[in-house]
Design a protein. Structure first.
Length: 317
């Protein structure tokens, strides 16, 4: 395609049409896509047909449901990326980032894994509120796989999760290492130990989160290394769940330090002990889409997260 033809082609395609094809791909229905876009169904249908005419090929299989063709799926995926870039650019200008600093302004959509959100974000939000009065942080908790999907789709601007995390096309900023502890019923024989060594776990039953969490993978690896067993018939849906199971004597739970500090107190039915020599820990990171306009602001957010953790007393880097 020569430059003149390409220029004419570009003039036939609008951001509005791209939004419509993305919505149609998500909803598989002209009616629902129109509702999602806040327009009438005939207007959306006409815009999609105009886009098909510009491309010279059908994008939708029209029937009881409106499925995208293979070309339609490719167009929708590229349209999603284009719309994200446009949104990032708009937020960059709206936040005044052209001034050359990394000030945190505007709105940031933060996705976070449930294994850390409740135990760190209240401190972070309070810290940000004191320093950046024009910043709004919208937080949504999701399992790791859903966080990655949300980042790619633009539901999240940044995500806070345990590393390593497979997120193609994402920039990864390593934040801190958080020690892991072993939690058990207060009357368990290991409760008398000040620290836990690998030899202490031989023959023990370990409780774990449901698969899909990096912490679950770590627990399985710890069990294999120490000759312990994983209670596969009991998979917790949260840290609270495996702590409660540990308190009932169903096994031992591997828990991160931020959780232990906030949720386990002297006199509880559960006690927690550190691993000898800080042998086991989890590494947390902040991820965002590579090449976004607000990368400098996200790096500043990462710095605030590290400072928040260091204020708590965790300074492992």
């Amino acid at each position: 395609m020569d430059l003149k033809a390409a220029s004419g082609f570009e003039q036939q395609i609008s951001l509005r049409q791209l939004r419509y094809v993305v919505a149609l791909g998500s909803e598989a229905s002209f009616t629902r896509a129109a509702v999602a876009c806040g327009v009438s169904q005939p207007s959306l249908s006409q815009a999609i047909r105009q886009l098909e005419e510009a491309l010279g090929a059908p994008l939708v299989e029209r029937g009881a449901r409106a499925f995208l063709t293979p070309l339609g799926r490719e167009v929708a995926e590229r349209a999603r990326r284009i719309l994200l870039e446009v949104r990032d650019l708009g937020e960059l200008v709206g936040a005044g980032a052209g001034a050359g600093d990394a000030a945190l302004l505007g709105t940031i959509r933060l996705g976070v894994t449930p294994t850390i959100g409740a135990y760190l974000l209240p401190r972070l939000v309070a810290r940000l509120h004191q320093q950046f009065h024009d910043l709004r942080v919208h937080v949504r908790e999701n399992p790791p796989a859903a966080l990655v999907e949300g980042l790619a789709a633009g539901t999240h601007d940044v995500i806070l999760a345990q590393l390593p995390l497979q997120a193609p096309g994402a920039q990864v900023e390593r934040l801190f290492r958080e020690p892991l502890h072993l939690a058990m019923a207060a009357d368990h024989p290991l409760a008398s130990r000040d620290m836990i060594g690998r030899e202490d776990l031989a023959g023990q039953d370990l409780l774990t989160l449901q698969r899909g969490y990096r912490l679950a993978e770590q627990t399985i690896a710890i069990a294999e290394e120490a000759g312990a067993r994983v209670r596969e018939e009991y998979e917790g849906t949260s840290l609270d769940a495996i702590r409660q199971m540990a308190g009932m004597g169903m096994g031992l739970a591997v828990l991160p330090e931020l959780y232990v500090r906030q949720e386990i107190r002297t006199g509880d039915d559960v006690v927690a002990r550190p691993f000898r020599g800080g042998r086991h820990y989890r590494e947390m990171g902040l991820l965002w889409r590579s090449g976004v306009a607000r990368a400098a602001a996200y790096k500043r957010l990462a710095q605030e997260l590290v400072a928040c953790v260091e204020d708590i007393g965790i300074s492992y880097r």
